[in-house]
Design a protein around this ligand. Sequence first.
Ligand SMILES: [Fe+2]
Ligand SMILES: [Fe+2]
Length: 359
Amino acid sequence: MTNIINNRRDFLKTSASGLVAGMLPVSLVRLSYAEDGGPDFTFAYISDSHIQHIEGNKFVRNWDRGLIRAVAEANLLEPKPDFVVFGGDLAQLGTKPELDHGAEILAGLNHETRVVLGEHDYYLDLGEYWSELYGDHYYSWDHKGVHFITLNSILTHDDWTYERWESPERRMNEMAGLDNPNGSPFMVGEKQLKWLQKDLKKVAKNTPIVIFSHSPLQKIYKGWNFWTEEAEDIHKMLSPFDKVNVIYGHVHQIQYNQIDNIAFTSVMATAWPWPYPESYAQAESHLPILTVPMNRADPFNERDATGWQFMNVHTGRVDLQFNLYNNTNRTVAFNEEKGHPEDTSFSDPTQRTATQRHY
Ligand SMILES: [Fe+2]
Ligand SMILES: [Fe+2]
C-alpha cells in the first residue's frame, strides 16, 4: 500500500497534464475541455466484480474484497469525482442474492452512481431484477458540456435468448462460459440502434461524446465476445462527431484502439484478469483486429492486467497510466499527430515483450 501511495504522489508531481488520479482498482477520469469552454471535472470507473454466491450467506471472498476495496478507494478520491460508473458484470450468475449483495456493496459509494449492464447480470432473468435495482438498460445524459451514453451491448439473437435453452439457468451458464461454442455474439439490437440514432440527432457535432458499454463496441475476438455485432453501424452513426470515446469493461485486461474518429479504452476488472486472446488461442484466425499494435506482458501471469490506472480525458481524448503489479508501469496516451492512442514506452517493436508460447 505504501508503494501505491508513493507512486501516486510521484505521478501527481510529474504529470504535465494536471491532476489525474485513481487507485486500485478504480479509474479516475478527468475531462478537460478547455477549448470548448466547459469546466473540467472527474469521474471514477469500477468494473467487473462478478460477485459469486456459494450458499446461504457465503460468497466468493476474493471477488467481494475486490469490489469492497474499489468502493473504499472511490470514496477517498480527491478531488471528489462528479459520479462513479460501474461497468457491468456486478454478479457472476445473475441471481438475486448476487445482485443484492453486489448492490449493497456498491451502495457504500458516497457518489452518484451510473451502472452498465453486463451479460452476467442479464441472462438469468433477462435483466428483470437488475432493472428493479438500476432502472433502464440504456440511457443518455449531459453533464458539463459532455454527452454521455450508456448502452446495453450484451444482447443477442432472439432465437438464442428465447428458444434455445430448457431453463434460464442453462441460458445463463451458456453465456457465462468464455470459450463456449454454444455462445452467441453480443449485439445492441435494432431497437437500441434506432434509439441511439435518435439520441445523437440532438447532439452538436463538436460536443464531446463518452460512451459506456460493457462489451467493446468493436470486433476484437468473437469466441470470447470481445465483440459487438453491429460495431460498423454504430461507428457510422458516430462518424460525424469530432471527439468520441468508448470506455468498456468485460475484457478484464488492458486494451486500447482507434477506429476513425473513435478512441477505445478498456478498464480493468476488480475480480480477475483474462489472458490475451492471441496467446490463449494460438491460432492465426483468432488474432484480434487492432489498428494499433499493443505490447503485452505475460498473460499467464495471474497479475497481468490487474492494477490501478490513471485516466485523463484531455480535450476530448483519453490518456491512461496503467500501474501493474510485478510489471513496469505503462502509459497509453493519445498521439494527436498520429491520431490514435499509443503505448509510449513500448511502441518500438524491438522493445515489445515477445508473445508468450505456452502450448
Ligand atoms: Fe466480466
Ligand atoms: Fe462480461
